[in-house]
Design a protein around this ligand. Structure first.
Ligand code: NI
Length: 326
């Protein structure tokens, strides 16, 4: 009997021992798994502690990543590449790659005058030929800087029809355009075909751009260039500004070829012409740099659109469309 009990206890204790060992082993196993999990989480977080938001931005994908990655203003040397490039007649993707921006040269400030340009021209001779160059889809420092250098070196001006959504990223460039006496026009806020929008949306596309420009230079543009030249339908009623078209299309966005653009400019240089170009392409700046000294030599005056019409004595009226002065 006694022996039986002892045996029984022995047997039980062996079973219990096994159970105990099994329990311990399981506890150790679970503990190590937990430790590994905690370590993994901590390791995963380290880069975020080190790199912060930048990492979150660069690792994201899709449209949101573009928003995170898109630079903000303030430093003109870090301005964005062109966001779109929707040329006047055909959709196209922007391929500008050179990120080197030109340094802004701040022009001396003067008290703003009423009107389209800060500095009024010293003198425009109505008896001499004049051309109004127009640049759409900017601002864009890299190209505008070169265009403005040429204009300033030759005492000329041009008209820059800016896209409202870009203005905040190119404040310094916008100021420089204005300070140099060139004219800033309105190319709508997000470069949509206005013929496809209702009247309310057209008004807000135009006014939001004027608001954006006014916030930077303190003046509202007086002229509108509708995207794609689409002024028909209800557009002329909804756009309460003169709509400026062109009669010479260099198709610079299409060729992106300096010689082609240069040839177009030189062969169409005629008194009263309005020439369409886009300040998004280095080839456009190159062509302009070569063309301007030649045009000056030929006796042309480089004027803004408002100056062109004022010099010819033609009033610019809201809702009307203008192509050139004959
Ligand atoms: Ni455009």
């Amino acid at each position: 009997m006694q022996r039986d009990i002892r045996n029984k206890y022995k047997r039980i204790s062996k079973v219990q021992l096994k159970k105990l060992r099994r329990k311990r082993w399981r506890a150790t196993f679970i503990f190590s798994i937990r430790v590994m999990l905690v370590m993994t989480v901590l390791m995963g977080c380290v880069p975020f502690f080190v790199f912060g938001k930048e990492l979150a931005g660069s690792s994201a994908s899709g449209p949101a990543s573009e928003i995170i990655a898109s630079p903000t203003e303030t430093d003109p040397n870090q301005e964005t590449e062109p966001i779109h490039t929707i040329p006047e007649t055909k959709q196209e993707t922007e391929t500008a790659s050179d990120k080197q921006e030109q340094l802004e040269s701040a022009a001396p400030t003067e008290a703003p005058q009423d009107g389209e340009a800060k500095k009024q021209p010293s003198f425009i001779d109505p008896s001499k030929p004049m051309i109004a160059f127009t640049f759409d889809d900017g601002p864009y420092t890299k190209v505008d800087g070169r265009i403005l250098n040429v204009l300033e070196n030759h005492g000329g001006r041009a008209t820059f029809f800016v896209v409202g959504s870009r203005v905040g990223d190119y404040k310094e460039t916008l100021k420089r355009i204005y300070d140099s006496g060139s004219e800033i026009g309105n190319h709508t806020y997000s470069h949509k075909n206005l013929q496809k929008l209702d009247a309310g949306s057209i008004v807000s596309q135009v006014e939001a751009t004027n608001d954006a420009v006014e916030a930077v230079i303190g003046q509202r543009p007086k002229l509108v260039r509708v995207p794609y030249g689409a002024y028909r339908g209800q557009v002329s009623d909804a756009v309460r500004y003169p709509m400026i078209q062109w009669n010479v299309d260099t198709r610079d966005w299409e060729s992106k070829n300096k010689d082609a653009v240069l040839n177009s400019i030189l062969s169409n240089a005629k008194d009263g012409n309005i020439i369409l170009m886009h300040d998004l392409y280095p080839s456009t700046a190159e062509a302009f740099e070569e063309a301007i000294p030649l045009l000056i030599e030929r006796g042309f005056q480089l004027v803004t659109v408002s100056e062109l019409y004022a010099s010819k004595g033609i009033p610019l009226e809201a809702g009307n469309v203008y192509f050139n002065v004959k």
